[in-house]
Design a protein around this ligand. Structure first.
Ligand SMILES: C[S@@+](CC[C@H](N)C(=O)[O-])C[C@H]1O[C@@H](n2cnc3c(N)ncnc32)[C@H](O)[C@@H]1O
Length: 174
């Protein structure tokens, strides 16, 4: 997983240009503020190229992004330099402050491949949340165990790209 996102870093935004990040971000902000209207700080775990952080910025004072991949974080830092970034696996990131909310979007939590890893990640997230903190996980839920193939194509002024994903469930793993 790490290696493939390293190669994808410079193509990621082009391949996801059809996503409605405004809509996704508004949905998430609305949920957080409904539960904790005073929420002022947020971590995006698996922040990728930082697009959600950028969209969250007018609603939060302190923004942090965690990602395993330093190349993809490099894109995020250029695009949205105002966040605090940390290159770490989601089960191990460490900040010396707690936050009002943590989000992990676009199935990032599914990259925990064992129950032990998932538990360690949830404990780490919990340790970084203030009382009344809100956790939002957007999960990929497989409807069946069949193989799924999807193709993402992207194009901007300087590049054209295509990513072919083949997903399948492995017994007892995510
Ligand atoms: C599908 S992208 C999602 C990026 C962003 N959240 C979005 O919605 O566009 C998955 C991201 O998760 C990161 N990632 C994968 N495994 C991770 C892990 N164990 N800990 C932290 N980040 C991870 C990848 O480097 C990549 O940036």
């Amino acid at each position: 997983m790490h290696a493939s996102y390293q190669k994808l870093a410079k193509f990621y935004d082009a391949m996801h240009q059809r996503r409605d990040y405004d809509k996704e971000s508004s949905f998430v902000i609305k949920r957080i503020k409904e539960i904790n209207p005073k929420a002022r700080s947020i971590i995006d775990v698996g922040c990728g190229t930082g697009t959600h952080l950028q969209k969250f910025s007018s609603h939060f004072e302190t923004l942090a992004g965690v990602d395993l991949n330093k190349e993809i974080l490099g894109v995020a830092k250029l695009k949205f330099p105002s966040a605090i970034y940390q290159c770490a696996p989601m089960k191990d990131f460490r900040f010396d402050q707690k936050f009002d909310s943590i989000v992990s979007l676009y199935s990032v939590f599914n990259y925990n491949l064992t129950l032990d890893e998932a538990e360690a990640t949830l404990k780490n997230m919990h340790a970084h949340l203030n009382n009344d903190g809100v956790l939002v996980l957007a999960l990929y839920v497989a409807k069946n165990l069949e193989r799924k193939i999807s193709i993402h194509v992207g194009k901007d002024e300087s590049l054209e790209s295509a990513k072919i994903m083949i997903m399948s469930m492995i017994q007892n793993q995510n």
